[in-house]
Design a protein around this ligand. Sequence first.
Ligand SMILES: [Fe+2]
Ligand SMILES: [Fe+2]
Length: 280
Amino acid sequence: MRRTREFYPLPTPDDHPTGRAGKKRRGEFPRGNRLLARGDVMTDSVVDELERRIEALQTRIREQEVWRAVTGKTTPASLVQGIMREIYLEISWYQPDVIEATIAVIGQMPRSLAPRRVRAMLLHQVEEWDHGEMALRDYVGLGGSEVFARRARPSPSAWAVAAYWRLLAHKRDPFAYLGALYLFEGLTPRVTGEVKAHLQAKQMGAESLEYVEFHSTEDIKHQNLVRQLIDSLAEEPHAREAMLHGIDCFEHVYPIPCWNAAYLRALAGGSEPGLQALAS
Ligand SMILES: [Fe+2]
Ligand SMILES: [Fe+2]
């Protein structure tokens, strides 16, 4: 079960009456897995906190059935390809909305920000511009229909990802985007780097690994860029809380719900009607 996080607002001793070893200590309250005494100043950087969450998330991902199936030595190649096909489809469905909403969110940043920071954020979106198309190429490389992918209504899980980013723009919550973005850029190089060899072992070649190959290296650069942006903006009013709330809310819909949905669809034969079950 997903652990509860207490950041909004910071907990008080009365909110959390247990201290070390479950015993209440006056003036102490838990934050994450350590104790803060009353009057302590939070010294962890937001990036440190975000990085801890990514590490914890990766541990949870490795416990998922979908991850075990994709990385399992005995999983049939047809099932691994079917899962990846559905994951690529998810990406192609939500990615254009993510880009459009994010550019709007960047436009909502306070005018006190240095223009070069805004430029870096926008240039990053330019670099992400067509990655939905990249995922679609891999989908087609695995036998998927481009016409189907473009015409079909998105899955509920892809819709939820798109909706998260749209709501950021609707709520005008620009700093939250950086926390959520760290989930994309901090996690993607880790998982693509880890899963690549497993996919190659399941007869997946260059025609279906463009997205994985590209992101296993390119997102390391993006991760560093986002870290710098977060570090430079963390002291803006309410930015820290917004960033942490951003990753919390985004993690609720991505990536585990998307990948679980993809896994179930693959087991059921894939999204496209009329295709033979890949999991046979
Ligand atoms: Fe990307
Ligand atoms: Fe990226």
